[in-house]
Design a protein around this ligand. Sequence first.
Ligand code: ADP
Ligand code: ZN
Ligand code: ZN
Length: 767
Amino acid sequence: MRYASVVLDIPTRQLDGAFCYAVPDELEGAAVTGATVLVTFSHRAAVGYVASTSPEPPAGLAPEKISSVEQVLAPSAFDDVASGVAAWIAREYACPLPDAVRPFLAPGQKVRVTRASQDDPWELVCERAGAVDARWASLTPAANDFSPARTASRQRAVIDALRAGPQRVSELSATIPGASSAVAALERRGVVSVEARRVLRGSEATTLSSAAAPRPDRLTAGQQAALAAIDEARRAGRGDVVLVDGVTGSGKTEVYLAAIERSLAEGRGALVLVPEISLTAQTVGRFRSRFGDDVAVLHSRLSDGERFDQWDLVRSGRARVVVGARSALFAPLRDPGLIIIDEEHEGSYKQDKSPRYHAREVAAELARARGAALVLGSATPSLESLQRCRDGAWRGARWTRVEMPERPGDSVLPRVRVVDMAEQFRGGGRSIFSAPLVDALRGVAERREKAVLMLNRRGFANFLMCRECGCVPECPHCSTALTYHERGHMLACHSCGRSWPVRAYPDPSTACPNCGSRYLAAFGVGTQRVEDELAMLLPGDVEVIRMDADTTRAKGSHQRLLERFDAAECAVLVGTQMIAKGLDFPEVTLVGVVNADTMLKLPDFRSAERTYDLLEQVAGRAGRGERPGEVIVQTYWATHPAMRAVSAHDRSAFLDAELAERAEAGYPPFSRLANVVAWGRAEKDVRSVTDGLARAVRERVGDAPGWEVLGPADCVKARVKDQVRRHVMVKAPVDADLGALLGACVGSLGRLRGINIAVDIDAYDMM
Ligand code: ADP
Ligand code: ZN
Ligand code: ZN
């Protein structure tokens, strides 16, 4: 008899943990780690996932008291190592165990028990994506001696079509009406044979011109150094990390490709994570052209069926290279020698719903558990990763940084020009384009080149700014930018909760607190308006392509817009930050940033870092080909260290100032920061939950050094869909077990009626 430790998929914190069930002999081969099973839990049917099995029941549990696994509902989706990583996620991020296990399941699997009402019996609902077969028809040798009846024109058409080779019956039907019954008739006569062949959804090719990845003749010195470090980390086999810190266009992708080749040569695979929005056919094409059918692709824009097929390619061992978004980490790749995270600084690697994990941290744990190397690549590494490399180690693994400061060949970094928009305004400029940007755009049109214009939409219009000096009103008590709330025309501080009517700050006038100007206004422009103004500014034969949330909603539209830009002779691509990443179009000679600083003043300690990252990334889109590139950044804050660093291509100008500020305020990377948000309709209940939570945390923490509890306070988004939102923030030392502590505090609150609570460890979104 074996025993299975089963994680029940019942969504309540009260039932968190794994429970022991006996495995009947007839299920022994099937109820293994990773399997989905049906069990009974306190008189109800429940779905669960086998986390581990053992020949002995847990100590202290009498075997006859243990109930049995009743049925196996889905085959194993993960192994023991993955199961261990799931348990780690649950603890580290203070999330319920089933939330941590679910990402490892087969895509499209929705197996659960439900009942219509309290009095109805439980019902099992199984929705699973599965393999799909297509029916292929081909001619048999008997076809040579066969001639169809004169009236059977369809049979003749089918035979003619099949002379060119086997075809899918569905394709025959598309061109020959009634083909399917003709095929059936021919099959009966032994002239045609029909066989089922597995369809692989989600493996389409790409048409983008630069998708192919020709192998360069020789690697740069930086690339060789990076590869050597990765080899060493892979051989160490204990989750060592190599940070490839390379300027945009320095050939990081080429390093990944070469490192994967070496991993494959050793018989091991590779997991490659790319931010969702840069997971374009262009990126995928580079991997496919090098590794062909060894590549599986996983991201959220695929259908369930497509994702299942790609996932199953990995599980079956046929694909050993997985390229995907954040969730590809959970793909059932048995033996990855390498885990690669491209653009590791990207905020989208943090998941914003439970489990609220950061892909970098899970990857580090996974690499350790699988004995793989972790490669992080970026032109603007996160301060967290830089700090760990400075320390040389983190949680028992070595962290090494390799710099790649140059682009291969003659390609040089573009010239960056920062334009002070306040100065433009004082000089009479009222347009959203500064004079230098207008000149540069006209130049692109004359020379028949291409330009990219980026509009920063994050933090859109939610603060007031002086058009003359760029000043943004701050809280006198917290030195945090005040956010502007249109309703009531109020300015609010999210740190301390104080607020003012706009007119009462800082004195009874609407003047700028810095220069006294009356041009204090909510700030922001949309992509649509930029598109319109461009159309007026440029000759009609310059194609203007807009890429934002509106124009990329439909499946494949992102791709089509890029293909249009690729195919155009002379064009401007206008878009939100989604265009900043990964695009590699050699004909782009101008990059313009319309509003560089809308993010700088967000009430978020990472706002300067994000602004810097975004500017550096978008600047890297220019001058990737033979012609030199130019970058124009429009800002109201030309003296900010982020602007100065971008224009001088000198990251230390930014890093030194930023690190000093973080150290002084005790923010990451010098601490860990968690944000616990509670929301619900009844403000009174939300308040009592956050008050209780803050009290519980303060009690546990006492006055231990490095710990600090902030709040409770209203969230910046204090009300969403009529629900009141309040939060408590907790700062802790870098080596603190923050998840375990907060998990216990939340658990101690008991049942929360009508209140939702989200524990966000190492939070990125504090709003
Ligand atoms: P990154 O990922 O750092 O932005 P890429 O890997 O996309 O850089 O490389 C930028 C360009 O340089 C690509 O067109 C790539 O084919 C080319 N490239 C990369 N490595 C080399 C090399 N060693 N020699 C010549 N060209 C290279
Ligand atoms: Zn304040
Ligand atoms: Zn001013």
